[in-house]
Design a protein around this ligand. Structure first.
Ligand code: SF4
Length: 938
């Protein structure tokens, strides 16, 4: 008898599994990469990882197709034709690095600021910013200026933390969650998991967003607010809470500057400054003593409200009085804001009442004793279980900084920062307010062959910190930290190319970029950006003479560079998600992570970070070169990760330090550190003891611990700055006080927008264009399935979304006689596009929107010129001007937030009409990009 043949129903599809960190979005989940015969065959989530605990999303699983993308670059390229023509020759790495070194050394030895070094979604800013500083150029930033700096700056200037990577809701205890302007991309797996927990516990989720997709669709309540009016809505919530006297007076008195006294001396040089003693410490009014006392001292009974006269006759007021007066005003009543916000007054009142009820009647008490900064012992950790989260919908407006600060005022008034159930910090946050790192690049600090005395990005705290010359002219090419955008903590990458092309404020010689698709989806005003990249002087030289670009893929930007340094994919290189940059920390403790090469590159490509260190050595940058002239990090980026120390014992990775690998945070270099990370699933996490998990801004034990870890310079309390004296200093300068002169043209703007108390103003574009001509708001969202522009060339993800549509409310479309599937003309004050419309109901009626960065230029990303991404896909970017219209004086400000310089993508106003041209193709169509050498269109 012959045996029945058997079928193996579960053959093992892989022979090896390696853990690393995902790069398919910014969440940085732990992943397990399954390999068969050295090929990636499957990716799933690492269940032990603190960020995702095993969850994998569609993007993460599709990393295989990213890794094997036909658009991958394969060899260094040197341009041989005109920019944009796609004519390159392949060269060897040695030649490429020699060319780059030659170009860069010329700049460094003459005028280092003529190098503009900007990176995109770079997760190695701890390295890239340090490299720029070593080179000596102030002209460095990553993509934060067009992404989320309003969120980061508003938080860091208010409570020493921020939404997004710097904090998270207390998913375990929150009972009421407000989500502002969050699409599905920013905060993917962690937010999904968190929302799942809230749903399971029956907590209420309210999403405030003009568009009801993703998280908004599963919220218990969706508020389809008009874009750019969130600050007004939140102001109305504060108005209601003040009227009902539902504020956490104890939290405000103890942990915030609400009781600090503000000098009232209209027209005087000290008007609006905090009253301080001789030692510079803030003073409060002690009601029991009937006089001033030092803030934050034991036994003081500070008044929250009131105006007082000092013995010397000066008048003072508590900062909370000023805040209360602003938001108690009729301008912020629910009725006054209802029409602008599109939110009925009764809805605002109900939500305010729900917030108050949850915060004050449903407190969470944990049996965790802790000690505050005054040494007061608290037997329990008590919290008000309301938390909030906000992202692009708030930040991408010209009023985003103040809107985000208004949200923080609401959080703080309810006493919900870093308490059980509230919004929690993630180490290394909280930081001092603002963090005590100033941007380098002041007059006299940029010198040939000399590193900067500090990092190019930092936090200004007074006009003296700005990077401007004696006449107030910006010292940076993007005009960050100038009077245009004084608190531009992430730089203004969106302005670099167009400023450089105009020589405003000066010319650059080399533009060096990494992972930044600046000739397409990362540019406002795409046609003019392309013009800027290709324009020439009368002598035939390009206005931006040399462009070096590094990317793993043939994005639209590659065609406009002169020298291409091909990067690896994220599965082929070492990376370090570092405490020096934006680690993967959890609220319960610090965490960082690595990537390591789970497969070797099969092309002639090199990891950008290693190339950067190599260039640094070739240029003789002191920190990358030993005294004998040899490379300090001959082993490239992994060598740097292990051996670099920013301060004694503090390196890029906090885990497994010291000779035995047992030290955490601070400790000697451990040569075996990377192996220890790999063995631990490519991450390190240290859970804080319970007594250090909450109230960390004022938690004695935490502040001590954070100082040891190098997160804080001193174990001092971080008192929330509801009233921002920093902003007031700028306002005083605009009024003619202080040592720094504000140029006449900027005075009114600085005086208006540097208000120490947050306020709402209409987004700029809506105010500058005719509302009847351009009645609709136009915004973008990122879909759940994609994050980077590289997602829409991923073979699997393209099957989910292969082209985008303009989504329009059905009722509004009917008024315009527009039907589902019609092609429409969308016109802004700046340009026009033709796109296809889809009618839906779940969105604000005055808004149209689309998925961002799906549209591709024909021929890019190794896609067929006939691909739906280029034939029917589109960008709204063509409608967005990088500059605001002139308002007299001939000067045009960037289309940005006036405080932080954040790109105001979402201020866009348009009109939508049925197009006379119903052909099935989006407009504009640009020339087809020629396939790069060695590639053909798929
Ligand atoms: S959420 Fe982001 S980081 Fe996590 S698996 Fe998905 S794409 Fe990767």
């Amino acid at each position: 008898m012959t045996a029945e043949p058997t079928i193996n129903l579960s053959p093992k599809g892989w022979d090896e599994v390696k853990t690393t960190t995902c790069y398919m979005c910014a969440c940085r989940c732990g992943i397990r990469v399954h390999l068969k015969d050295g090929k990636v065959v499957y990716i799933d989530g690492n269940k032990d990882h603190p960020v995702n605990k095993g969850i994998i999303c569609g993007k993460g699983a599709s990393g295989i197709k990213q890794h094997y993308s036909p658009a991958r670059l394969s060899k260094p390229l040197l341009r041989v034709g005109e920019r944009g023509a796609g004519e390159f020759k392949e060269i060897e790495w040695d030649e490429a690095l020699e060319i780059a070194t030659h170009w860069l050394s010329q700049v460094r030895s003459t005028d280092p600021k003529k190098l503009a070094f900007f990176t995109g979604r770079d997760q190695s800013q701890g390295l890239t910013g340090w490299w720029a500083s070593q080179f000596g150029t102030p002209n460095y930033a990553a993509h934060g200026g067009f992404c989320s700096v309003n969120m980061a700056a508003a938080g860091l200037y208010t409570y020493g933390g921020a939404f997004w990577e710097f904090g998270e809701p207390d998913w375990k205890h929150t009972k009421y969650f407000l989500l502002f302007g969050v699409a599905e991309d920013h905060g993917s797996n962690p937010i999904k998991a968190g929302l799942g927990k809230l749903k399971a516990r029956g907590a209420k989720i309210v999403s405030i967003n003009p568009v009801k997709t993703g998280y908004s669709a599963i919220a218990d309540e969706w508020i389809g607010i008009a874009p750019g009016t969130d600050g007004l809505f939140v102001g109305a919530l504060i108005h209601c809470l003040l009227a009902a006297q539902k504020i956490d007076g104890e939290y405000l008195s103890r942990y915030t500057n609400a009781p600090w006294l503000v000098i009232e001396n209209k027209g005087g040089a000290d008007d609006g400054l905090i009253l301080r003693n001789g030692a510079g410490t803030a003073l409060v009014w002690d009601a029991s003593a009937g006089g001033t006392k030092v803030a934050g001292t034991f036994g003081t009974n500070p008044s929250l409200l009131g105006r007082f006269v000092l013995p010397d006759g000066r008048k003072v007021v508590t900062s909370f009085t000023l805040i209360a007066e602003r938001f108690a005003g009729e301008d912020y009543s629910p009725e006054a804001v209802a029409e602008k916000c599109g939110v009925p007054a009764e809805t605002t009142r109900r939500i305010a009442a729900e917030l108050a009820h949850t915060a004050f009647n449903e407190t969470v008490e944990l049996d965790i004793p802790w000690t505050d900064y005054l040494g007061r012992r608290h037997d329990k950790t008590i919290g008000r279980p309301v938390s909030m989260h906000a992202m692009r919908g708030i930040s991408a407006h010209s009023n985003g900084f103040h809107t985000c600060r208004t949200i923080h005022i609401l959080q703080i008034m309810l006493g919900t920062i870093d308490v059980p159930g509230g919004s929690r910090y993630k180490p290394p946050f909280p930081k001092a307010i603002p963090p005590n790192v100033k941007p380098a690049g002041k007059l006299g600090q940029v010198k040939p062959n000399t590193p900067l005395p500090g990092p190019p990005l930092g936090f200004v705290s007074s006009p003296e910190d700005l990077l401007v010359d004696e006449q107030g002219v910006p010292l940076r090419i993007d005009k960050a930290y100038s009077w245009d955008a004084p608190l531009a903590a992430h730089g203004m990458m969106h302005m670099v190319i167009n400023n450089a092309a105009k020589g405003d404020p000066y010319d650059v010689d080399v533009l060096f970029m990494y992972m930044a698709n600046m000739s397409w989806n990362s540019a406002m005003n795409v046609p003019d950006t392309i013009k800027a990249l290709t324009s020439k002087r009368p002598n035939g030289e390009y206005v931006i003479p040399k462009i070096i670009y590094s990317d793993a893929y043939a994005s639209e930007m590659v065609h406009y560079a002169d020298l291409i340094l091909p990067d690896t994919t994220y599965l082929e290189r070492w990376d370090c998600i570092s405490m020096l940059d934006r680690p993967i920390s959890e609220a319960d403790g610090p965490a960082d992570a690595i990537r390591h090469p789970v497969v070797e590159p099969d092309r002639d490509v090199r990891p950008f970070q290693t190339v950067l260190l190599d260039l640094g050595h070739r240029l003789g940058l002191p920190a990358m070169t030993k005294p004998d002239g040899t490379a300090r990090y001959p082993g490239g980026y992994p060598d740097y990760i292990v051996n670099h120390e920013r301060a004694p014992g503090l390196g890029p990775l906090a885990g497994f330090r010291g000779k035995d690998g047992k030290a955490a945070g601070r400790g000697p270099v451990n040569p075996d550190q990377l192996n220890a990370y790999v063995a631990n699933g490519s991450y390190w996490f240290q859970e804080l003891s319970d007594n250090m998990k909450y109230y960390r801004h004022v938690n004695w034990d935490y502040l001590d611990w954070a100082t040891f870890f190098g997160f804080l310079p001193r174990p001092e309390p971080i008192i929330h700055q509801l009233y921002s004296e920093t902003l007031q200093k700028f306002r005083l300068a605009a009024q003619g006080h202080g040592k720094v002169n504000v140029p006449e043209q900027h005075k009114a703007r600085i005086e208006t927008y540097f208000d120490p108390i947050p306020f709402w103003y209409a987004p700029f574009e809506g105010e500058l264009v005719n509302g009847k001509e351009f009645p609709m708001h136009a915004i973008t969202q990122r879909p759940m399935a994609m994050y980077h522009s590289w997602g829409s060339q991923n073979a699997w993800l393209r099957q989910i979304i292969g082209r985008n549509w303009l989504y329009m409310h059905r009722a509004r479309a009917a008024k315009f006689s527009i039907s589902d599937g019609d092609w429409v003309d969308v016109t802004s004050h700046h340009g026009a596009i033709k796109v296809q419309v889809k009618l839906v109901e779940g969105q604000n009626e005055d808004t149209v929107w689309t998925w961002n960065a799906i549209g591709k230029r024909k021929g890019s990303w190794a896609l067929s010129p006939d691909s739906p991404e280029s034939q029917k896909g589109f960008l709204l970017n063509h409608l967005i001007s990088d500059l605001l219209p002139e308002k007299g004086g001939g000067y045009r400000y960037s289309n940005s937030d006036p405080v932080t310089g954040q790109a105001a993508w979402f201020d866009l106003k348009v009109r939508v009409t049925k197009s006379a041209d119903q052909t099935e193709q989006s407009v504009p169509q640009f020339d087809t990009l020629k396939p790069l050498r060695g590639k053909k269109h798929a």
